[in-house]
Design a binder for this molecule. Structure first.
Ligand code: CA
Length: 230
């Protein structure tokens, strides 16, 4: 049974969400402010976290940032305030998986939870590489053997190009933020900038796209990152 943590300070919201989630068959834990929420996230292994942005003590953004910095990749859905476009972009940049804007329908939130849990079940973990030949744009890639070829023959790709492509492919049709790419592919020891990611994407597009100037496979999601359509 998936376990969901709700970090939210409005008591009615907590009760409403908890009841609905339990009806869906999820086990629910709650935290009513930021500090205890963060501690619970770091001390436990939840399947998903519902995280309000405006919280006493530590904001949802700070929590999100800290959790990701510690290498914890539990899915996070942010509850943001209406009309705050910046919140949404910032939240996704800080590593949240999705967001809903208050007021929201509980049905919609549950649909998003299900989508994330399903996608997680199906996702190829970046370090478990598929040993199948996969067609991505005009490229055929085998992530396990680090081979790539096209109609014209073998294609030279660097290790990091393979890693980025594998990460995007493992989350295909979903946006992967530049920060997530940096975190997964470069880790914390090196200090590249998000510009580095952009440069690698340019190189990948030359290998994947029929027309790299008009990409149809590796798309830019402005202000956030990239996604592979597949
Ligand atoms: Ca709040």
């Amino acid at each position: 049974m998936p376990v969901i943590l709700i970090v939210e300070d409005e008591p009615n919201m907590v009760v409403g969400l908890k009841d609905n989630f339990e009806l869906e068959g999820y086990k629910v834990e709650t935290a009513r402010e930021g500090e205890s929420g963060l501690k619970k996230i770091l001390d436990n292994n939840y399947d998903l976290i519902i995280l309000d942005v405006m919280l006493p003590n530590i904001s949802g953004f700070e929590i999100c940032k800290t959790v990701r910095k510690k290498g914890n990749d539990t899915p996070i859905i942010l509850l943001t305030a209406r009309g705050e476009e910046l919140d949404r972009v910032l939240g996704l940049e800080l590593g949240a998986d999705d967001y809903v804007t208050k007021p929201f329908s509980v049905r919609e939130l549950i649909a998003r939870i299900k989508a994330i849990l399903r996608r997680r079940e199906n996702a190829i973990q970046p370090n478990e590489k598929s040993n199948k030949d996969i067609k991505i744009g005009k490229l055929i890639v085998n992530f396990a053997s680090y081979n790539a070829f096209s109609d014209e023959g073998s294609v030279q790709m660097s290790y990091k190009e393979f890693e980025i492509l594998n990460l995007l492919w493992s989350k295909k049709n979903y946006t992967v933020s530049r920060d997530e790419i940096l975190r997964v592919v470069w880790g914390f020891d090196e200090n590249p900038t998000t510009r580095t990611v952009d440069n690698f994407i340019v190189k990948l597009r030359q290998k994947v796209e029929e027309n790299p100037d008009r990409p149809k496979t590796i798309l830019t999601v402005h202000g956030i990152g990239y996604k592979i359509i597949g």
